[in-house]
Design a binder for this molecule. Sequence first.
Ligand code: SME
Length: 163
Amino acid sequence: MSDELKVTGSSKRERYESLYPQLQALLLGEDDLIANMANVAAALKEGFGFFWVGFYRVSGDQLVLGPFQGPVACNRIAYGKGVCGTAWKEGRVVVVPDVDQFPGHIACSSLSRSEIVVPVWSGNRVIAVLDVDSDQLDAFDETDARYLNKVCDLLDGKKRTTV
Ligand code: SME
């Protein structure tokens, strides 16, 4: 495995397109979920310079902090609470252009201004969420939703295809 990722392109779409096959290759050889989450968080942080990238894993009726890159964050989030708990409960991607406008947003850092949360599925069950925060307003859109969904699908061994 190369120890370096190369993320190229000027548009967001091009950057995701260049990162995705590298992530696919990286995750293909490993079936440990935590190791794969750790590398996904590192790759997204390094490739895009997001303020915070990380996973919260489902544990009973809570989400518990998992592998992440960025400032320290809240350990636990209840079902249905905050952006993460909402994405888990509703089983959908939640894009928040301005965190101050999202009722119940949980502020782990006052520097976070916008956010996207993507459920991680195993079969028909949400087992975790991927949370990405930006220190800029309105940083996330449909392109992020589409590619981050694809990236989260790589964490489900059954969906991983060979490259
Ligand atoms: N803002 C999230 C909490 C997690 S941190 O942003 C890392 C939420 O409202 O669920």
